[in-house]
Design a protein around this ligand. Sequence first.
Ligand code: AP5
Ligand code: MG
Ligand code: ZN
Length: 215
Amino acid sequence: MRLVLLGAPGAGKGTQAKKLIEKYGIPQISTGDLLRAAVGEGTPLGVEAKSYMDKGELVPDSVVLGMVEERLRQDDCKDGYILDGFPRNTAQAEALDGMLENLGMPLDAALSVDVPTEDLMKRLTGRRTCKDCGQMYNIHFSAPASEGACDKCGGELYQRDDDREETISKRLEVYEEQTAPLIDYYSGKGILKSVSGAGDIEEIFANVQETLGLS
Ligand code: AP5
Ligand code: MG
Ligand code: ZN
């Protein structure tokens, strides 16, 4: 399965991608995760990216495109990949098409995960992530058994720097302006599918699999 996951910040792209990895072993390529890793390592790319991420703006295409291509060339992507949070604008989508054509691994589908805008703020301000294993929680919807610690591995939970209300509002604005047009872009190519991202995570996952023809 060669897939792009589309959806607003907080729609559940990461949550559903992790379930697809667990069940099908398809690697997830999250540009947000790759950028946050670079920020954490303090690389020059990370330092540059952080200034945009903290404002809720998109990191320049030149930074992201190189990173994605390098990742797609790795062996584990030969049998499929899930792009999460990429592409983010039409220029990235066009560049991706060129890249995938060269690599001989074109997309099967772009799946849009749709959630009402009014639900997103609560999901994002409530998100907590395990430092050690990456498991995601939400203090409003799926709280860990003991506050601040991961149920799976006991690791410390942290809140993302860009999950502050002001930055979230900017990210939602940027999504509407720059990323939402990709729904038409992929619809025009005949590979758009969509699924509701509201409700129970397991039910959404069942719909995701059905929509993608995996079950
Ligand atoms: P990125 O990391 O991609 O963030 P995002 O798009 O804003 O999306 P999120 O990761 O916040 O949301 P998600 O859909 O993954 O939701 P999740 O599953 O975590 O990007 C961050 C920044 O990096 C950007 O602002 C930009 O600066 C930069 N960047 C990244 N990619 C870029 C690119 N290609 N080009 C340029 N810049 C780029 O779920 C959210 C919360 O909701 C969790 O707590 C979860 O537990 C909960 N939840 C999930 N599903 C449900 C449900 N069904 N019911 C209740 N709660 C739920
Ligand atoms: Mg995510
Ligand atoms: Zn953990």
